[in-house]
Ligand binder design. Structure first.
Ligand SMILES: [Zn+2]
Length: 329
């Protein structure tokens, strides 16, 4: 993506200057331009016969502007029908929190004044996670890993070879959640598809199904000794190598292969440990978030903004925001 979208300091260079006191009008224009709030509104009053669009007015409200119908005097908030509609905070604060989510800053470190703001920040974080999940589900059909001669690693947390030493101190439920993880090593950083397993005796067929669905034909699969018998005969897969066989190639038995694998899986293992204490729903969402960050992390805020616009339009067909003109300036 050209222009502003590739700016790693997008928030600091483009958004933050608009959050200064007195620039609320400029901020609203920027939000309109990018589709985050509506560019125009029609009067929602059924008894109002005007055909004129509502007028943009300065007002003594938190956004400093609102929409007014000149005929019946009906008013609408500037953020009506937008992603921000449900958040009771300044638009600038919401944008700061969205940026913090994009930077993967823990919610507990997001500054706010008082309990209300903390709750609002939490809801905005949930909103971003929902958008990320929606985006990932939307492109799930395109989410194929590997390709001819590309090495794809398939493993299961915690019993595979993802980590030499899995810490056991941070929780006490013995890793009740098993996660199938598939990594495409052709991407930097490695792109990972991950999904919770259910621990049932149907798990093996689920694993085979997911590998078939997410690994492209011609890929070379590296997998642990337990999965090897399941996967080594998959049609269309170039070659299947067990980690054990890989280790036998290590000179001096220095576990170089395992150490490489550990590096590849580092962020995934971290996520798999974090999700152990979560509900299944939250754990799934956490995996979507992991994948989202791997795909969009370098241009997280512009990506999130664009996806918020699409998500809002998708979920609110009655009152869609105008299409984003992203990424033009
Ligand atoms: Zn009206």
């Amino acid at each position: 993506m050209p222009g502003v979208c590739s700016d790693p300091n997008f928030f600091e260079t483009t958004v933050e200057p608009l959050l200064a006191v007195g620039r609320e009008g400029d901020l609203c224009e920027w939000l309109k331009k990018n589709g985050l709030i509506a560019k125009e509104q029609k009067c929602p009053n059924n008894e109002c016969l005007t055909t004129e669009k509502m007028q943009w007015h300065r007002a003594r409200v938190v956004d400093k502007f609102n929409w007014v119908c000149l005929e019946c005097k009906k008013k609408l908030p500037a953020r009506h029908g937008s992603f921000f509609a449900d958040f009771k905070c300044e638009l600038g604060y919401a944008l700061r929190v969205i940026d913090s989510w994009c930077k993967n800053i823990p919610l507990s470190d997001v500054s706010g004044e008082g309990r209300t703001k903390v709750n609002v920040a939490k809801r905005i974080y949930n909103g971003c996670a929902q958008v990320a999940e929606w985006q990932l589900k939307k492109i799930v059909g395109d989410f194929k890993l590997g390709g001819t001669d590309v090495v794809v690693i398939v493993d299961v947390f915690p019993d595979g070879n993802m980590s030499l030493e899995v810490p056991t101190t941070s929780h006490n439920n013995n890793f009740s959640k098993r996660v199938l993880c598939i990594a495409d090593t052709a991407h930097v950083p490695v792109r990972v598809w991950a999904s919770l397993l259910d621990g049932s005796n149907k798990e093996n067929s689920k694993i085979v199904e997911m590998v078939k669905n997410h690994v492209m034909l011609g890929s070379t699969i590296v997998t642990n000794e337990m999965l090897y018998p399941l996967l080594h005969n998959l049609p269309g897969i170039g070659e299947v190598i067990s980690t054990e066989a890989l280790m036998n190639l290590d000179i001096n038995h220095d576990h170089k292969s395992l150490k490489n694998l550990e590096t590849i899986w580092a962020t995934t293992v971290e996520a798999c440990i974090q999700l152990q204490d979560m509900s299944t729903t939250h754990a799934e969402q956490h995996l979507y978030e992991l994948q989202w960050r791997q795909m969009y992390g370098f241009i997280a805020l512009p990506s999130m903004i664009q996806q918020i616009v699409e998500y809002t339009a998708y979920n609110n067909p009655i009152c869609p925001p105008l299409p984003s003109i992203w990424p033009t300036n």
